[in-house]
Design a protein around this ligand. Sequence first.
Ligand SMILES: *Cc1c(COP(=O)(O)O)cnc(C)c1O
Length: 364
Amino acid sequence: MSKNTSIYNFSAGPAVLPKEVLQQAAAEMLDWHGSGMSVMEMSHRGPEFISIYRQAEADLRELLAVPDNYRILFQQGGGLGQNAIVPLNLLGRVSEPATIDFVHTGSWSGKSIKEAARYANVNVAASGQAGGFTAVPPRESWQLSEGAAYLHVCTNETIDGVEYDFAPEAGDTPVVADMSSHILSRRIDVSKYGVIFAGAQKNIGPAGLTLVIVREDLLGHALPICPSAFHWQTVAEHESMYNTPPTYSIYIAGLVFAHLKRQGGVAAMEQRNIEKARLLYEALDADDFYQNRVAPQYRSRMNVPFYLRDESLNEQFLAGAKARGLLQLKGHKSVGGMRASIYNAMPIEGVQALVDYLNEFAGR
Ligand SMILES: *Cc1c(COP(=O)(O)O)cnc(C)c1O
């Protein structure tokens, strides 16, 4: 790679961060705002870190227009951790035997189903499996159960590239949404959800931080065996400082939130993401050299899996991409092929560079 080549990182996660954010973090690494300390060295209970935390929380609340009756928790444990933490916190709402409804749209909702089955009966209300996970099953087809503890959905399937284009509703049953790979990429109506969770390392910041946005009336229904450090009500009462939170990850996430606000907020990001996705899918659809199998209505704006018609060219494709500074395009091992993740921090120039390469490699 020549020194002048721009590098564009299409990793699904941990993923690209805004250059300005990394530059600011580098400048503040040894001495945060004249404190004489790196953020990594600060007590989570000291005034410096508390101010970082409060600003991050306020900015996220503003970006997503989180209503006052929702609490924002900064936790550890990742998206997979929440697959257990959610049932441990919500199953106390209903009497035994409890049932959890799921919509199975791909790999990540599949993992959530497996984990939840350790704690309750699982009802798969709808599944896209028969169609190879190429669409969200239409809402009219969902077979929700009476009195379910909650409905779990994954609103953007990072591996399969399937994204909801609607807010799922389930009557009085609270909707829990895993938004790990598209939170802050599009406007959402938080009030349609009981719980939103997201691992940070896709579209927010470094690994190690997990966001939970939970409606207040859903606090206080944990099972007695729920670990205290993951007990949402306890965590909320301690402003996410019941135990040591991932302080440096929260700091970087806060820088990303401030950066997003300067960029015009979530609505502006959504417009850019629509344009980026349009460019990329158009190139993939131009002829049958490449293939994305997801129904157009449900194609993810964030994670774009695709296949070469002639898969014997895969290694050559990846090597050529790398030589042009287009990194981490290899698809997830479970589905093969390629995947381009084009999160908020991927500039349109990066997508254009990929499109140019797709056209060149296809001999167009
Ligand atoms: C990455 C991802 C996860 C898993 O996150 P971990 O932090 O690795 O536990 C869960 N759900 C979705 C949708 C993801 O993209």
